[in-house]
Write a protein that binds this ligand. Structure first.
Ligand code: DON
Length: 309
């Protein structure tokens, strides 16, 4: 059974919205602090092009960590999985997304997975291109292809706000540089990474990206293979094991949908073989995931039996 109408979704949004009061908007990136904690919107994109949605769906959000799964797909295509996994691991950490702890205690210099900040910085470092601008444009074009929307760009205010305050991410970069995992200028890498995280779109576009992952890398509308099946499979696996950070285990048990969250309050979900989901709800729980977004996915998964397990 599938969710068929906007009204069905609207009822779930109304129910999930009651949680927003228990969450808090991220403000360690100052520009994100301006978001309205009561917002909640969702879109579901089916492979046949149908889309159901509810909430303020025109609002645009920055991808933040959701971009990590997309940059990973690009880099796997650019470099191949052997090259990538020599430099970043495949294991969940159980630590917060910005933790530096395991870099020192586990395998010095090699981040445990591409979904924590340290791993994502290494992935962004691996995006091919001669200049920061060229590397960013390649990532943006990839996203524009997935969403079939050539107007998608990034929010300069959010990128600048993160660039000016990302001291912890800079510290991760210098640690990685010391261990020869990175060999580029840290300020340049931070420029690229903060623009990547500030790419913005609404939840309809996010759901459209979700459906590409759900359909094994094929855009179901154009039938074009945007990324190899194997790349989509690796990304979805990381979404299950690390996509919701140190809440991924509980999320897999309670919801069972490959998903990736970001501190802007976005969640991109890919129900394998079925549909893509885009959610925007900026009030976060203590682990940095959208509190009402998780509630909404819990309701959806239960009502429509969406768990893949
Ligand atoms: O690097 C950062 O801290 C942010 N640009 C992204 C972090 C993030 O979205 C973690 N998500 N839950």
């Amino acid at each position: 059974m599938l969710c068929q109408s906007n009204d069905e979704l609207k009822a779930l949004v109304t129910e999930a919205k009651t949680c927003t009061k228990n969450g808090k908007v991220a403000d360690y990136i100052p520009a994100l602090g301006k978001a309205n904690p009561n917002d909640l919107s969702i879109a579901i994109h089916y492979p046949d092009g149908r889309c159901v949605s509810a909430g303020d769906i025109e609002k645009r959000i920055t991808l933040q960590s959701i971009s990590k799964v997309i940059s990973l797909a690009l880099v796997l295509m650019d470099r191949g999985s052997d090259y990538v996994f020599e430099r970043v691991g495949m294991e969940p950490t159980g630590d917060p997304f910005n933790s530096i702890a395991k870099l020192e205690t586990m395998a010095p210099g090699k981040p445990l997975n591409p979904m924590i900040n340290a791993g994502a910085l290494v992935v962004t470092h691996m995006i091919k291109g001669n200049t920061i601008e060229e590397r960013f444009q390649r990532l943006l074009s990839f996203i524009q292809e997935m969403t079939n929307d050539s107007t998608i760009s990034y929010c300069e205010e959010v990128a600048r706000s993160e660039f000016e305050t990302a001291h912890l991410n800079r510290a991760l970069c210098y640690f990685l540089k010391q261990h020869n995992i990175l060999d580029e200028d840290v300020e340049q890498l931070m420029d690229l990474y903060t623009k990547q995280c500030a790419i913005e779109m609404n939840c309809l576009d996010l759901a459209r990206i979700g459906v590409v992952f759900a359909m094994d890398g094929v855009d179901p509308l154009s039938c074009k293979q945007i990324m190899p099946t194997d790349v989509a499979r690796i990304c979805k696996t990381f979404m299950v094991t690390c996509g919701m950070y140190n809440a991924s285990g509980e999320f897999a048990i309670k919801i069972g949908i490959p998903s990736k969250s970001g501190v802007s309050g976005g969640i991109m979900g890919a129900v394998p073989g079925r549909f893509g989901i885009g959610i925007f709800g900026p009030a976060l729980d203590e682990k940095g995931n959208s509190i009402a977004g998780i509630k909404l996915l819990e309701l959806l998964s239960k009502n429509y039996s969406l768990s893949m397990f």
